[in-house]
Design a protein around this ligand. Structure first.
Ligand SMILES: [Zn+2]
Length: 237
């Protein structure tokens, strides 16, 4: 293959997002080989604990896809990934969520306002919408990411050290039913610090039935520092 083919394929959209090879059989993002690999990866979800399930492991393939979803303005990849997971295929993840409860509310983890402005969308909103679609649930944006003025922080030193409280707050809208199943949705789950912080805010607002479903599980020791940045508080000037 010539370099020019690769370049034109990349620019004009005939190159696989993962292996970068041009193919006539893109769907439209992956070639047949990479799609097959994705389907195998999505067959068995990763059960982190009884309250947390992740749909894919982090591999070079899923890393490229999540990167494209976040940084290459391809929000449609959220539904694509869900469709090829054991949630979309009515497999193990689907059964697990059904066991958790009926008519789940999917709560996307909000991103920093600055990132939202850059990106134009929150990838976890897209993931939550796709999950809600296949699970007959709905998306509820109850979680809000706090911003603080440096001089007016409401966080205690201990809370900041723990990094559990104060990063998110719950903004109940309309009728807040405490017993309703709430599933916190994140793109990548590593240490669980982000979703634990969300659960803390929800429990503080009275929610009683809180679970987590993330698209990708990355082992903490192999995780990059993304989650540290994701969890950090946005300080306004
Ligand atoms: Zn490929």
């Amino acid at each position: 293959m010539f370099l020019s083919d690769l370049v034109s394929g990349f620019v004009f959209g005939t190159a696989c997002l993962c292996c970068m090879r041009t193919s006539k059989f893109l769907d439209p993002w992956l070639c047949e080989d990479c799609r097959r690999e994705l389907m195998v990866l999505g067959k068995e979800p990763v059960p982190v604990n009884e309250d947390v399930i992740c749909l894919f492991p982090m591999t070079p393939l899923t890393r490229r896809l999540i990167h494209a979803l976040k940084y290459r303005a391809i929000p449609g990849l959220a539904y694509y990934l869900i469709r090829h997971s054991s949630l979309g295929n009515k497999g193990e993840a689907f059964d697990c969520i059904r066991e958790w409860g009926e008519r789940p509310l999917f709560l996307p983890v909000p991103i920093h306002a600055a990132r939202f402005r850059e990106r134009g969308y929150n990838q976890t909103d897209k993931i939550a919408s796709a999950m809600a679609m296949v699970c007959n649930g709905s998306v509820r944006k109850e979680l809000v990411r706090n911003s603080f003025h440096g001089s007016q922080t409401a966080l205690s030193v201990r809370e900041r050290e723990m990094n559990v409280a104060g990063v998110f707050r719950c903004k109940p809208r309309g009728t807040f039913s405490p017993a309703q199943l709430r599933i916190i949705v994140d793109d990548v789950y590593t240490t669980g610090a982000t979703t634990a912080s969300c659960a803390y805010a929800l429990a503080g607002a009275g929610a009683e039935h809180i679970k987590t479903c993330a698209l990708i599980y990355e082992k903490p020791f192999s995780a990059r520092n993304d989650y540290v940045a994701d969890l950090s508080t946005e300080w306004l000037e």
